[in-house]
Each structure stands twice: as structure tokens, then as C-alpha cells.
Design a protein around this ligand. Structure first.
Ligand code: FAD
Length: 279
């Protein structure tokens, strides 16, 4: 099974040390690659570069996320040239969201423009993953519009897509069917969010448009401050979800690790899944 793991650049030295431990523990899953997120508007550029370097010492393939909103073509070309010289061969190409206070500007309006730019300037130097939204991107005018934009983004030169997390497999299968009907052939890998903290999950989900089904919300809310019960229930629910996806033959699994080893490890080990290192 092709597994990828996502990390974010830690903000403090102690968080960086703890990420090193997390990464070492998760290395035994043998992910095909790990990815490192990028703050919108370049706000974690240095942090992303440092975390990418840290991960390159542990994993055979590291894919930095690159968000283009607010960037000029020169900024982008210099970032990508830097990555290329560091041996990076895979990217997660995104539009990103502007933090409040940033002006619009920049050379890129959508992730499709970034994918096009990378192919034009760097040819096939990078494998490109893009984002997909089975439950529809929150700013999309309609589900059909969003699907059309996704198809255009892939056709601009993406090799694969990673979805926003979801807890409803029907949304994922329907999205994949619809995309394949439009002639898309690249793998659409489900993004998996382990559940460990209800308040944080509810906040993220509201912001990114991922739906927490009512029954899961109700159960999680009923545990109050009982963190152990939230984790145990969350692990059950997400292990079940991953089991259904693997049984249905998904092309891979992308875990939003939140820089913690146990929640991802518990799911992978409960299902006896092994990763496949890059060829
Ligand atoms: P796009 O594909 O550009 O889509 C954004 C919106 O614009 C959609 O509503 C789409 O329908 C619409 N659209 C697209 N093309 C057009 C067009 N031609 N005309 C009109 N509308 C159009 N954010 C970060 O800041 N850093 C990260 O590291 C990061 N990692 C992520 C990883 C994954 C796997 C995912 C799923 C998301 C990630 N995000 C990250 C969040 C992402 O940046 C936001 O969801 C952002 O709002 C959209 O990015 P996108 O690349 O999907 O944008």
C-alpha cells in the first residue's frame, strides 16, 4: 500500500525535537514519501525548508507543499530551483489561503496556474500532487464548478491528487467516479485525519468544509474532557473508515499526522497495512 505522511513545520525547538521522534517512529511504516506543509503567503517558508531538510535525513522522498497565492513568478522560480538543487522530486502544489492582512496581488490566482508554471519552467523535474475536495471546496460556487476546476488543474500537469479529509466514504467514491467520468486517470488518494481532539477537529472542519457526521459529533461531544475516550472512539471510527477504503482498493493513503506518531501508527497497525518504499 502506498502510504504518505504529512507534517507541519514546528514553531519551537522542543516541538522540532518532538517531531524528530515522531518521524523516526513513523519511519517504520515505510511511507512512499512524506510531505511538509507551507504557510500561506510564504509565512513558514524558512520553517518548511528546515523541516524538509530534517525529513530528508529520514525518508527517501520528501514532498514540500508549495502554495502560490501572493507569490510572484520570480519568487516561485527561486523557491523551486532551490528545492530542485536539494534533490526534491515531488511537490504538493496548492493555491493556499491568504492570511488576513495580506493583499491579493501575485502572479497566480489558482493552483492550476502553479501547476502550469511548474510544467512550463521545470518540465518533468517534479511529480506534482494537487488537492481534491470530495465534499466540495468551501469557496466553490457549486459542486459542478469545483469538479470542473479540479479536472482543469489535473490536466495542467498533475500526477496525482490528495483529498481533504472526510468521514463519509460515499463522498469520496462519488467524487472519484465523477472525476474518472471526466477522463481523469491520475490516482486520487484519500487524506486521512486521525481523531484525537474534538475541539481542534471541529475548528478545522468548519474552516475547510469537511463534514463531521452528526453521530460522530454527538458521540465526541458527549465525552467532554475525557481525552482517553475521545482518542479510543476516534481511533475506532477512523480505523473503520480506512478499512473500508483499503477494501475498496484506493490507490494509497495520505495521513494528516498532526506531527504525532501514535494516532496514525495505531490505525496502520490495527489493519496490518505496510507501506511501499519508492521504487
Ligand atoms: P484551487 O485548486 O485553486 O481551488 C481553490 C478554489 O478556487 C476552489 O473553490 C476552486 O473551485 C476555485 N477555482 C479553481 N480554479 C478556478 C477558476 N479558474 N475560476 C474560478 N474559480 C476557480 N494550505 C496551505 O496554506 N498550506 C498547505 O501546506 C496546505 N496543504 C494542503 C494539503 C492538502 C492535501 C489539501 C487538501 C489542502 C491543503 N491546504 C494547504 C489548503 C488549501 O490551500 C486550501 O484549501 C485553499 O483554499 C485551496 O487550495 P487549492 O490548491 O485546492 O486551490
Amino acid at each position: 500500500m502506498q502510504i504518505s505522511l504529512e507534517f507541519f513545520p514546528p514553531k519551537t525547538e522542543s516541538a522540532q525535537a518532538s517531531l524528530a521522534e515522531t518521524a523516526k517512529t513513523l519511519a517504520r511504516i515505510q511511507p512512499q514519501y512524506v510531505s511538509v506543509t507551507y504557510g500561506a503567503g510564504g509565512s513558514t517558508r524558512e520553517g518548511t525548508l528546515a523541516t524538509v531538510a530534517q525529513m530528508q535525513a529520514l525518508f527517501p522522498q520528501v514532498a514540500p507543499h508549495v502554495s502560490c497565492i501572493g507569490a510572484s513568478e520570480d519568487d516561485m522560480a527561486s523557491l523551486l530551483t532551490d528545492y530542485q538543487s536539494r534533490g526534491i522530486r515531488r511537490l504538493v502544489a496548492l493555491r493556499g489561503d491568504l492570511p488576513s492582512g495580506y493583499g491579493q496581488g501575485g502572479a497566480f490566482s489558482h493552483a492550476k496556474d502553479l501547476v502550469h508554471f511548474i510544467r512550463q519552467r521545470f518540465g518533468d523535474a517534479f511529480e506534482i500532487e494537487v488537492a481534491a475536495y470530495p465534499e466540495v471546496h468551501p469557496q466553490a460556487r457549486s459542486a459542478q464548478d469545483d469538479l470542473r476546476h479540479f479536472v482543469e488543474k489535473v490536466r495542467a500537469g498533475a500526477n496525482g491528487a490528495i483529498t481533504q479529509y472526510f468521514f463519509n466514504t460515499d463522498a469520496y467514491f462519488r467524487f472519484v467516479d465523477d472525476a474518472y467520468q471526466q477522463g481523469i486517470e491520475v490516482p486520487i488518494t484519500p487524506g486521512i485525519m486521525p481523531i484525537t481532539n474534538y475541539n481542534q477537529l471541529a475548528r478545522f472542519s468548519d474552516a475547510c468544509g469537511a463534514e463531521i457526521p452528526r453521530w460522530i459529533r454527538q458521540r465526541l461531544a458527549s465525552f467532554g474532557d475525557d481525552a482517553a475516550s475521545i482518542r479510543a472512539f476516534g481511533q475506532d471510527v477512523v480505523t473503520d473508515l480506512v478499512d473500508q477504503l483499503v477494501t475498496a482498493g484506493v490507490p494509497g493513503l495520505h495521513f494528516y499526522t498532526m506531527n504525532r506518531a501514535e494516532p496514525t501508527l495505531a490505525i496502520v497497525e490495527a489493519l496490518g497495512i505496510r507501506g511501499a518504499l519508492p521504487a
